[in-house]
Design a protein around this ligand. Structure first.
Ligand code: PMP
Length: 396
């Protein structure tokens, strides 16, 4: 294909995405991703960040980042196994292990590559993975990369998981079997049925893998979904991100010492990608201490989540079946979802449309992310805009 043909091919596909309302417009922020953001000089109430506890803009984290830059410089300079392991990486891993109540932790550069790294370092073409159909894209990519057989089960359907686990085990085709689930499903806010998953895993000898990107800092006194259910010693892989409640960037696996040593020896992003800069690592250490000692932050997050959910429901919107502060407002039609989001934006509320492929086709929604940093007044203001735009577009 010539360069011209490639350009034509891509622009045809881009036009198709745009005509179907599936193309995301990107609006650069002029400043921090706090409860109020500035875009092109105008302020918006922000309902789209994963900055659950408001720590991304916390003065104590900022101070830690500045101090770390002064001591360690801007970049870490090498991959972890050459000489890119700084003492702060080790301190963060020890702190996370203690927080998660596991033997050890390995930190990666993002939650996304953490899933790519961890799944493919342990599973291979002789294995099979039972994966919830609504698992995050990074899990899907990690499963693909591993070359293991992927067996999708219906979302949180424990009968389907049991039937498929039994069949996989009895087939005798696979050396290792794994079950993977999000702890909290990011687009709907529902919580995985971990106690049942653990029972099924015990019955059919499944390795257990929970991606708790949206549970950490939110459930289980901040330690996440696994702790919420009291299952800390029964999950083999606990994945977390440092980019959401922790407020910075990065990802990690918490588990047994042998697992973490194996990942440090064999997982590709650990071996071949430059480690996180100290300016990202040092504030994560501070964030964990804050989460451990400030239950009021989680209280504010949940209070704001409940306020927004009740407000939207009272207005007549479909908010799905969220059990956490994640508050979807389900519109279904993609074009209408985009239009709704655009009108909210024009009225001063930044609440991004989420459409295929992030959610299934016909599942368009505005995903609202209240945080501990919002004031009730901000949320009430957002709700009045929702009412105005919802009525205007005849959605309520
Ligand atoms: N797992 C889940 C469930 C997620 O929602 C996300 C973030 N969108 C990730 C992993 C990736 O995390 P990160 O943004 O830190 O790469």
């Amino acid at each position: 294909m010539s360069s011209k043909q490639l350009t034509d091919f891509l622009s045809e596909n881009l036009n198709e995405l745009k005509s179907k309302g599936l193309y995301n417009v990107i609006d650069p922020l002029q400043g921090a991703n706090g409860p109020v953001i500035t875009i092109a000089g105008k302020e918006y109430i922000n309902l789209s960040s994963n900055n659950y506890l408001g720590l991304a803009t916390d003065a104590r984290l900022i101070q830690a980042a500045v101090e770390a830059v002064n001591v360690y410089g801007a970049g870490a300079g090498a991959v972890r196994t050459i000489n890119g392991t700084l003492d702060v990486h080790v301190q963060l891993e020890e702190k996370l292990a203690e927080f998660k109540k596991t033997e050890a932790v390995v930190v990666y550069q993002s939650g996304f590559n953490c899933n790519m790294a961890a799944i493919s370092a342990v599973m291979d073409q002789n294995d099979a993975i039972l994966s919830d159909e609504l698992n995050h894209a990074s899990i899907i990519e990690g499963c693909r990369l591993s070359k293991a057989k992927i067996i999708r089960y219906s979302h949180s359907d424990m009968d389907d998981l049991r039937i498929k686990a039994k069949a996989a085990k009895e087939s005798g085709l696979y050396k290792k079997l794994m079950v993977i689930t999000d702890g909290v499903f990011s687009m709907d806010g529902d919580i995985a049925k971990l106690p049942e998953i653990i029972d099924i895993a015990a019955e059919y000898d499944l390795i257990t893998y929970v991606d708790d990107a949206h549970g950490s800092g939110v459930l289980g006194s901040g330690a996440g979904t696994v702790k919420h259910f009291g299952l800390s010693d029964q999950v083999d892989f606990q994945i977390g991100t440092l980019s959401k409640a922790i407020g910075v960037v990065g990802g990690y696996v918490a588990g047994k010492r042998e697992l973490i040593d194996w990942l440090k020896a064999r997982s590709k992003p650990f071996l071949f990608s430059t480690s996180l800069p100290a300016a990202a690592v040092a504030p994560c250490i501070v964030a964990i201490d804050i989460i451990k000692t400030s239950p009021d932050l989680m209280g504010r997050l949940w209070g704001n989540g409940n306020l927004l959910k009740k407000g939207l429901q009272d207005l007549g919107f479909d908010i799905g079946k969220s059990e956490t502060p994640i508050t979807p407002c389900i519109i279904a039609d993609e074009k209408m979802t985009q239009l709704f989001s655009k009108r909210l934006y024009e009225e001063g509320v930044y609440a991004k449309a989420i459409v295929f492929p992030t959610v299934p086709k016909g599942g368009g929604r505005i995903r609202n992310m209240p945080t501990a940093a919002h004031t009730p007044l901000m949320l009430e203001k957002a709700l009045s805009v929702y009412e105005k735009v919802g009525k205007e577009l005849k959605l309520i």
